[in-house]
Design a protein around this ligand. Structure first.
Ligand code: CP3
Length: 348
């Protein structure tokens, strides 16, 4: 690691680090009383559209915990509002007119980030001005297929029946919509990097619903389109795949530096499948934060051991932190990960 490179960025590039960096998906959110205090006064949507407030809640967890990265406070659906999609957060996203026809796909506007989501770019500038230098800012977007699920399905769902049926009933139209979303997210993430985001992450929360051939043909092809367009930005690219255990072998050739892994797949296995060129991020079960301190410690050590004590591991949860988590458990987790990994145990 060259001196002065933040530990998180070095780990993304697979360089040796003095300790394993940690950040937590949804680290700004309802489990923090200071977040709830802000949300008591404004809606979630207003919060994402007011740069001073979005920057403030992004910084809140950094004041409490020695986290190694910040993540922009926004939502995967926010840029779609900029493309003319009407939606509300209840609290999950609900699309007023789900997209089901070729005409609706053709009517979608391309995204022009500076005009359509200037508040996101301003939020990034405010965070960069205020965040500690050794805590890089992660920008993010929804992966095209995950956005497709909400756009076609219309609301949160376990199976996303309408979206998955669409892949089979009109595959060409589905690819057209996915390509459109892939290009919009490439423009969106490119603008985030230009505004100061130091790593870029795609959330593929629903890719794990697909069988391998459909995952490859629809979800992965579209994600690849987004990531390829971002390669030249020179910042680490992270692809988080939820429920991906049957799909990891397909990710070895993806243009991402880091693969985010849910808690169902042991990191050792994932690393073997991905090969040496990729870093991994994860993958503690969010439920482990409800365990007794010694059990949490044992589980965190197990994740470190699975990661193998090799460079290229960023500690995280396998999915977003739950709203009723005790913040003190997060404080304990951050300390355990830093202390154990700095001592070089139990990795080796
Ligand atoms: O701290 C952070 O991680 C950054 C903020 C962030 C939010 N959403 C804020 C949010 C991030 C990275 C997201 C990503 C996101 N949004 C994903 C991908 C990750 C995942 O969870 O799989 C998805 C699928 C969404 C869509 C979405 N937005 C859902 C399903 C929900 C409701 C879920 C819930 O926790 O209730 C939202 C709303 C949302 N996005 C909230 C927050 C803090 C809750 C809003 C509130 O405060 O009322």
């Amino acid at each position: 690691m060259s001196s002065g490179t933040p530990v998180f960025l070095a780990a993304c590039r697979g360089e040796p680090v003095p300790y394993t960096p940690i950040w937590i998906m949804r680290q700004a959110g309802r489990y923090l009383p200071e977040y709830r205090a802000v949300r008591a006064k404004v809606s979630f949507e207003a919060l994402t559209r007011t740069p001073e407030l979005a920057a403030e809640v992004t910084l809140q967890p950094l004041r409490r915990f020695a986290l190694d990265a910040a993540i922009l406070f926004s939502d995967i659906m926010t840029p779609l509002q900029g493309m003319g999609i009407e939606l509300t957060f209840e609290p999950g996203p609900v699309v007023r007119e789900p997209i089901r026809t070729r005409a609706a796909i053709e009517a979608l506007r391309p995204l022009a980030p500076e005009q359509d989501v200037p508040f996101v770019l301003e939020t990034i500038r405010l965070i960069r001005a205020a965040a500690p230098r050794n805590v890089p800012l992660i920008g993010f977007a929804g992966a095209p297929f995950t956005l497709f699920c909400y756009l076609v399905g219309g609301r949160p769902s376990k199976e996303f029946e309408a979206a998955r049926a669409f892949l089979y009933s009109d595959p060409q139209a589905a690819v057209r919509l996915l390509d459109h979303l892939a290009d919009a997210m490439a423009a969106y993430l490119g603008a985030q990097a230009a505004a100061g985001a130091q790593a870029l992450m795609l959330f593929e929360s629903w890719g794990g619903l697909l069988a391998p051939p459909q995952f490859e043909h629809f979800a992965l092809a579209a994600a690849r389109r987004t990531l390829s367009a971002l390669r030249s930005r020179g910042v680490p690219l992270i692809y988080y795949l939820n429920q991906g255990s049957a799909l990891h072998e397909r990710l070895a050739a993806l243009e991402a530096d880091v693969i985010g892994v849910d808690w169902r797949s042991p990191l050792g296995t994932v690393r073997r499948v991905l090969g040496a060129g990729k870093a991994v991020q994860g993958n503690l079960d969010p439920a482990a934060l409800f365990a007794a301190p010694e059990v949490l410690e044992r589980e965190a050590e197990r994740v470190l051991r699975e990661a193998g004590g090799q460079p290229g591991h960023i500690f995280n949860l396998g999915h977003g932190i739950w709203p009723h988590t005790d913040p003190d458990a997060v404080a304990r987790l951050v300390d355990i990960v830093h202390e154990r990994s700095a001592r070089g145990e139990p990795g080796a």
